[in-house]
Design a protein around this ligand. Structure first.
Ligand code: TIU
Length: 221
């Protein structure tokens, strides 16, 4: 077992052979101007700041031979997997499926839907396209993780309070111990990131643990 002693609310112990690194939605749609995140009215520049820390963790996890799972929030070109409630929500400048500067917004295969270059998947890593906010809804991810004997998940990605937290809550209910890396997640709303970290680890780790990425890197070294 490997231990991150300074994780909160208490030490996080994990077996790297039964742990996956889950990187939520680090796709151009959310990080770069012209994607879904910006069409919702957000300033996307905040999110780019976590990329170097995410990359350090990804490279270390790869070097350790760990399983890497990338997710993308993504819909079929015919929008058959996008419920009207999601499609019609709010008053975005461009809706899911509309043509934007990086191709059709949030559509599989479009340039904007690709993982950013710094964190691009390599062969052998899983890439999960998910139509919802949570990584476990309509993806088969749980079944694949069970076949691999995965019991613990380490989370990075965006946004903290939407797809990351939804995925962690889904995972928690499915019996996984979940660790969120504090400097490897971000929100368009700084207060929402802070609240996410607090609510995940409150009440004795009601959803999971949090720790800084340096603590994970030290534990893996
Ligand atoms: N809007 C927002 O904060 N997030 C999303 O729509 N998706 C993800 O979090 N990936």
């Amino acid at each position: 077992m490997t231990t991150i002693e300074d994780a909160q609310p208490f030490a996080f112990r994990f077996d790297p052979a039964h742990t996956a690194l889950v990187i939520i939605d680090m796709q151009r749609d959310f990080i770069e101007p012209g994607g879904f995140g910006e069409t919702l009215g957000n300033d996307v520049s905040l999110l780019e700041a976590i990329v170097p820390a995410c990359r350090s963790v990804l490279l270390a996890w790869r070097a350790a031979g760990g399983l890497v799972v990338h997710t993308r929030e993504s819909h079929a070109a015919d929008l058959s997997d996008c419920p009207p409630a999601k499609l019609n929500r709010g008053e975005p400048r461009l809706r899911i499926g509309d043509a934007g500067p990086m191709g059709r917004i949030l559509i599989a295969g479009e340039p904007g839907n690709q993982i950013i270059r710094a964190l691009a998947p390599v062969p052998g890593e899983w890439v999960i396209d998910k139509p919802g906010k949570g990584a476990f809804y309509a993806t088969g991810l749980h079944e694949r993780l069970q076949i691999r004997g995965v019991r613990q998940l380490i989370f990075m990605g965006v946004t903290a309070e939407v797809c990351v937290q939804t995925s962690m809550r889904e995972a928690n209910d499915r019996g996984y111990d979940c660790l969120l890396l504090e400097d490897c997640t971000e929100s368009y709303f700084p207060a929402f990131k802070a609240a996410t970290l607090e609510m995940v680890r409150a009440q004795g780790g009601i959803v999971g643990w949090t720790a800084g990425s340096e603590s994970l890197l030290t534990a893996l070294a």
